[in-house]
Structure formats: structure tokens, C-alpha cells
Design a protein around this ligand. Sequence first.
Ligand code: AMP
Ligand code: MG
Length: 349
Amino acid sequence: METRIVKIDENHIDKGLMEEAVEIIKNGGLVAFPTETVYGLGANGLNEEAVRKIFQAKGRPQDNPLILHVHSTQQVKELVVEIPEIARICMEKFWPGPITFLLKRSQIVPDIITAGLDTVAIRMPENKIALELIRMANTPIAAPSANISGRPSPTSANHVIDDLMGKVHMIIDGGKTGVGLESTVLDLSGDLPMILRPGGVTKEELSQIIPNIAIDSSIMREGEGIVPKSPGQKYRHYAPKAEMIVYNGEIHSIVEAIRDNTKRYKEIGKSVGIICTDETKGLYTHGYIISMGSRKNKETIARNLFNILRTLDGKEIDIILAEGVELSDLGIAIMNRMMKAASGNVIDV
Ligand code: AMP
Ligand code: MG
């Protein structure tokens, strides 16, 4: 398949190019587009055949449900049995934005979207290109991250091109994404609101509205017998090609452990990549050293993480040693992605 790549400026949206994209969606094709979290791989969310193509292009497991993207709260009504009061309040406060709500699904949502579950995941993105595409297509758009399943999510059009060239009809290049991590997934379908995936909207922000907010205990752990409530959380994800270890604890101890281990790996002939921060960068002398940004600015770290994992894939690196971050604010989402990238290989120091 030929993939058309087009550049669209979020602040001056080219109507002609958008119409081309909409035509593809209406005909059951695939369009990769920017959102404020990561790039999405979009198809008409109410067309089962079109949605099937997403799973094929990504190599995504069939039991991992997709998020439906909407441009208005009006559009949510036909997708769900009801909108509970708490959902109404959260939508008002956080949409458009990086948070997805799980609600009881209606019959018009195809089974392939929900992987047969009785809930559906819905989000209103903030990126203007994404919103306009959904509005013009006049249908909810199913859009998981636009990467081959298991690889780090794409935060620029080049990442999408690397993974999906020849597998999708169009890639819209709208520049780098702002948040850089996927949306928070919040389950509002039961009695107890629960965060199933940490993301762009933090637990601290949610607690202001839902003081007793719960968080799925599997989020920061991985291994035998731990079953996450969100199917996508059980897969190896965001995985760089090299083996990866995340160090968790006091920053001084982290630096010491990474320095010691870099030496040890070098001695047995392995090339080491170090993911560090601006504050600690100068403390390492060996290995391929790359900073995520300042520890004081988790937004920057979130924005850079996936790009760094992909950059390291381009180097001849056998093992990645990464500094963990504190679990406040975006730190939970950052550590969740790092832990998954490392297949649960986290060392407390
Ligand atoms: P992605 O779009 O690839 O970032 O992944 C969407 C995330 O939402 C995955 O972790 C899914 O497992 C999760 N998700 C989507 N729909 C549901 C659902 N009905 N129940 C639980 N988790 C869901
Ligand atoms: Mg994904």
C-alpha cells in the first residue's frame, strides 16, 4: 500500500488535506494523526472491517480493546448506556485532554472495539487536527498509538513512518506531541472510580474531584499472578531492542549503582546506554549517556522518554541502565512506562 505523508499545521489547518484524510476514514481506511498525548492510528470506530485493519497494521493482540475518540460530549451519548454524574463532572473538567473514561457500552459499539467487554473507553483529544478529523468524519475514531505493538509509542511523525510506512493510507505530520505519554485510563463503569493506567492527567489532579480515587495495584508491579484490569497493561510495551534495567530509590544511590554496573557490563564487553537527568548527567563518564531533562520538570521527562527509547534503538547498545523518578505527579505514568519498557526489571537501591 502506498502511504501518503502530509504536513498539517495545527494552527492553520489545511481544509483540502483534511478532506482527503476524512475520505480515507469514510472509506474504511487508516490515517495516523497527531494527538496531544502520542500519535494515533485512526479508523472509523463504528466500522468493524476498518477497525480490524488497525489490529493488522499494528500486530496488536485481539484481546486488547481500543479507545474511541470523540469531538463532543454529545457524541458520547450514543456509545454508552448512561453517563453517570461523576463522568459528566470529569468530562467537563478534563476534556478535551489526556484522559480516557471507561463507561458501560451501548449496542452500537462493535465487539472488536471492546474486545467483548461490557465497557467502552472514550476520550476527547485536545489536538486541533485530531478534533477536526473526528468532527469532519462525523464518527467516533478508534485510535491506539500509531506504533507496531510492543514498541515505544510515537511522539513524532518520523516515529510513525519508521513503524507503519506502507501499512497505512495516510500519515498526518503535525509536529512533536506535547504530553508524550498516553492518556490516563479511568474506570467510571463501576461503584469505585479506579485509575487503570496512569497518564497525562495525574492522580493528584483527579483527587481534587474524586478524593477516594483508587489506582489499580498492578500498575507498578509486574509478574506471575498479577492481573491488570486493563488488558493492555499485561503486554510487554514500549520496549527498546536492548535489555533495560530501571534503578529506583534515592538519587545518590541510583547514580552509584549505575556507575558500578556500567563498569561491570563494560568489563564483560557489553555496550551500555544510560538514561539519566540533567542534574546527574555530569556524574557519568562511560557509556552512551542521554538525559530525559531536569528532575524538577516531569513534563519534559514525559515528553522525551519514548523518543529516547527509540534513539537508543538506533545505537549499538546491549543494555540500558535508567534512572527512575519520584512517583509524584507525572512520575507514576513515567515509571509505569519505564517499568514496562524494562519488562519489570526494576532494582530498588
Ligand atoms: P492504547 O490506545 O494502545 O494506548 O491502549 C488503550 C488502553 O486502554 C489499553 O491499555 C487498553 O487495555 C485500555 N482499554 C481500552 N478499552 C478498555 C476496556 N473496555 N476495559 C479496560 N481497558 C480498556
Ligand atoms: Mg499503545
